[in-house]
Write a protein that binds this ligand. Sequence first.
Ligand code: SF4
Ligand code: SF4
Length: 68
Amino acid sequence: MAKVTFDEERCKGCRLCTSVCPKNIVVIKEDILNSRGYHPAGVTDMEKCIGCAFCAVMCPDCAITVER
Ligand code: SF4
Ligand code: SF4
């Protein structure tokens, strides 16, 4: 199973990663605020991740790491 980690402090909540995930498991965590005042992205259901890394490639802030 792939593992996706988000650097929540780097994330600016732009939602680009949420739009490219083919499994629709990347969401904005509306209940969390980082120190810059943004809601960071995260994965809801890691078991469904196929490790395609589309999310990581799309992130303009290099906040996502995908391990396969
Ligand atoms: S690696 Fe692919 S399937 Fe997994 S969360 Fe990122 S975009 Fe979605
Ligand atoms: S693309 Fe990067 S900066 Fe934008 S919401 Fe996703 S993790 Fe955050």
